[in-house]
Write a protein that binds this ligand. Structure first.
Ligand code: LLP
Length: 417
């Protein structure tokens, strides 16, 4: 379904006009469609069908409690990479028993919390981490369920900053070392190998690299079977791209392609999708503050900035920008920039639009890695987030106030005098 559509000449989210949202809640504001999130999640569930599976939503994509609750109520598991994300999942009513814990730098206290909460699995990324986890589990007299994150050395053809499955990346361990780690874990009294895991990158627009990675994992699973080590689940990670600019594979196409290769194997199939669940369900609503026409470039200065949506500045990402109420007239080419004092502070370059001061724009595809990567840079409060469900607007995160900006800061008396 399309959650954002033009009705009576104006952009709506489901049945609610973005103009009305801006009037009631101000700008910048993130707007999410509940139905679109649900549909995206169910497209994974439906495609996997009867094969045993767990869709572990990658919390980092959008960690708002209401969104986590939405997904938990649909039966989602979660992929977390910090104790903060784990606590969010539990605060939202998610089941810790459906949580996998990824990340190259888990601390001993994060491990303790994960064990205490009874998570499904630690996705272990190095020998040193495995040894620490073994000793933490021993001190707690419990058994840590583990997967080794395999780095299959596959080029996912994505932006270098979000490619994770190459040997030169910090993530996971190569296939040969993984086999040794499984043997170690199998012999260790406080570790239990339960799965195998990989994640080769994000915003991947081709199914082929996923299949190549899967073959590495299946090869290792067969070798482990020779060693007498059998695993319960296979976690293929996240990474399926969305259609920001060019077409992405449909979820069903991707899921079928993977599921086909494990048919007949008694393995629960885990996915860790983030972007493909929430990206297209969200837009960032912003107002044009000023127009700065010019000979070389024309700037539309809007009230959202790189601190609100970092992707264009950090990765040169191109997301569609739409006028909320498109005007008739001759379109011109604009750079859509924010108020932050950096030249990298742009939301979009070379956009063909008819603009006037005060117009509302929507940066589309902003549901993933938007708010979750927002900061207070330039002492800018983070925006409101609203979730549209059944044509009702729910504020799921209020705009930060100015005093929120320094709520954790202190002026020591010695300095104050
Ligand atoms: N699992 C692991 C271990 C991950 O590191 C990630 C994303 C995912 C799953 C989810 O991947 P997804 O399905 O969302 O592609 N900030 C970047 C994306 C960074 C992704 C990091 N890891 C961006 O805005 O493009």
């Amino acid at each position: 379904m399309t959650s954002f559509n033009q009705q009576d000449g104006a952009l709506h989210c489901e049945g609610v006009s973005l103009e009305a949202i801006a009037q009631s809640h101000g700008t910048p504001t993130y707007v999410y469609s509940h139905a679109a999130i649900k549909d995206a999640f169910l497209s994974y569930q439906n495609a996997v069908g009867d094969h045993p599976h767990l869709i572990c939503y990658a919390v980092k994509a959008n960690s708002n409690l209401a969104i986590l609750r939405t997904l938990a109520s649909l039966g989602a598991g979660f992929d977390v990479v910090s104790v903060g994300e784990l606590e969010r999942v539990m605060a939202a009513g998610g089941d810790a028993g459906k949580v996998v814990f990824s990340g190259v730098g888990k601390t001993a206290s994060e491990m303790r919390r994960g064990l205490q909460a009874g998570i499904k699995c630690f996705n272990v990324e190095s020998e040193a981490e495995l040894r620490l986890l073994a000793s933490v589990a021993e001190t707690m007299a419990c058994i840590a369920p583990i997967s080794i994150r395999v780095n299959p050395d596959v080029d996912a053809g994505t932006h270098p900053y979000i490619s994770t499955g190459l040997r030169e990346n910090k993530f996971g361990v190569d296939v040969e070392s993984a086999r040794d780690l499984y043997r170690f874990a199998d012999d260790a009294p406080f570790l239990e190998p339960v799965g195998i895991d990989c994640h080769i990158g994000s915003q991947i627009l081709d199914v082929a690299p996923f299949i190549t990675a899967l073959h590495s994992l299946l090869g290792l699973i067969d070798e482990l079977a020779e060693d007498g080590i059998s695993l319960d689940h296979l976690d293929v990670g996240g990474g399926l791209g969305v259609s920001y600019e060019s077409a992405a594979p449909a979820v069903a196409e991707y899921v079928f392609a993977l599921a086909e290769h494990i048919a007949g194997r008694p393995l629960e199939l885990l996915f860790e999708p983030g972007r493909s669940i929430v990206a297209m369900a969200g837009a960032l609503l912003t107002e044009v503050l000023y127009l700065k026409p010019g000979d070389l470039r024309q700037f539309a200065v809007v009230d959202a900035a790189m601190n609100d949506l970092l992707r264009p500045a950090l990765y040169g990402a191109r997301q569609e920008i739409r006028a909320v109420s498109p005007r008739a007239g001759d379109a011109e080419i604009w750079d859509i920039v924010g108020p932050v004092c950096e030249t990298s502070d742009f939301l979009g370059k070379d956009r063909e639009l008819v603009l006037e001061q005060g117009d509302l724009l929507a940066v589309m595809g902003a549901g993933a890695y938007g708010f979750s990567m927002a900061s207070n840079y330039n002492s800018r409060p983070r925006p409101t987030e609203v979730l549209i469900k059944d044509d009702t607007v729910h504020v799921i995160s209020r705009r930060e106030s100015i005093t929120d900006l320094w709520r954790s800061e202190e002026i020591p008396p010695e300095i104050a005098s």
